[in-house]
Design a binder for this molecule. Structure first.
Ligand code: AHG
Ligand code: MN
Ligand code: MN
Length: 300
């Protein structure tokens, strides 16, 4: 349904701003709101979910008694990459599923604040040159492409594994002045400034789902570090970092905040942010090691 809206953007009135800002303080795009409403409608009445948490709403959405609250918790970023909507660049939907912790009835914030390691399923849909669903339920990562001629998702990747060393590095280099010396050293190494041992190709789309998906398949490392303006980074733990960290882990990759594995972080707020370093395990290890060494020296 969301793919249908995305692919008709410009033809139907779904472009531009909605005229409100969300809890993130970001101007909501019309497609953000449409995607959020579509996700709520799709899961409100299934009897499988007891509470939903969404990037677009400040508070969790408990499923009322009359809709038979179920045993799962659903957290989602209904539309990731909003800045790319009106310029026809890939965007996506990210989702994260937990077992409920509270007994019965409508779910609560407590049900939403669980460590990423306790996810029972996670994944994303990317609205790119094709519409692709990637998910894991803890038994490998599997990929499906929407076949528009039959309206079904068809398996196109079973038990995907991400390369240990990747082809790409992804970071918004316009923030160079805000980074620590450690991240500057890492990016110089990826550019091959001193030597070509760690040189990689640069790819940064500005949609986390698209940057993550390319690196998952081709190998690479995505970095959104904390910086002088965003001391906790920009990306959100519960519905961006944690679900993608679960997918990365199941594909043989890793994700951390630079120090702590994303899956081990205990959330305390629904919309809390985290620095994110995610992708090929040897590349992530190189970044963690280099940042630790360089920032330790810079601190003395
Ligand atoms: P969202 O559109 O859901 O707010 O997410 C946008 C995020 C993420 O998709 C992307 O990696 C990041 O914002 C890009 O941020 P910068 O423009 O600061 O690089
Ligand atoms: Mn997002
Ligand atoms: Mn979003």
């Amino acid at each position: 349904m969301i793919s249908g809206y995305v692919r008709r953007a410009g033809l139907v009135d779904v472009l531009g701003t909605y005229g409100r800002t969300n809890v993130q303080g970001e101007t909501q795009q019309k497609l953000d709101v449409i995607a959020n409403e579509t996700m709520k409608q799709a899961f409100m009445y299934t009897g499988r979910v007891c509470v939903m948490g969404t990037e677009e709403e400040a508070e969790p959405i408990p499923i009322p008694e009359q809709y038979n609250p179920g045993k799962y918790v659903l957290l989602h970023d209904p539309l990731d990459g909003s800045s790319n909507i009106d310029v026809n660049v890939s965007i996506g939907t990210i989702f994260s599923v937990y077992d409920r912790k509270t007994g019965s009835g409508p779910g609560t914030l407590e049900d939403c604040l669980q460590k990423g390691r306790d996810q029972v399923a996670a994944g994303y849909v990317i609205y790119g040159s094709s519409t692709v669903l990637v998910y894991t339920a803890g038994h490998g990562v599997h990929m499906f492409t929407l076949d528009p001629t039959i309206g079904e998702f068809r398996l196109c990747g079973h038990d995907i594994k991400t390369p240990a060393v990747g082809k790409y590095y992804s970071i918004n280099e316009s923030y160079y002045q805000r980074w620590s010396e450690g991240y500057r050293a890492v990016v110089r190494a990826f550019k091959g400034v001193e030597d070509s041992e760690h040189r990689k190709n640069a790819r940064y789309i500005g949609s986390l789902v698209a940057d993550f998906h390319r690196n998952l398949l081709a190998g690479g490392v995505f970095m959104y570090p904390a910086d002088s303006k965003a001391p906790k980074g920009k990306l959100r733990l519960l519905y961006e970092a944690a679900p993608l960290a679960f997918v990365a882990q199941q594909a043989g990759g890793v994700a951390s905040d630079g120090v702590t594995p994303i899956l081990d972080i205990q959330p305390t707020e629904l919309h809390q942010r985290t620095p994110l370093l995610i992708g090929s395990r040897e590349d992530v290890a190189f970044v963690e090691r280099t940042v630790a060494e360089v920032d330790a020296v810079a601190a003395t």
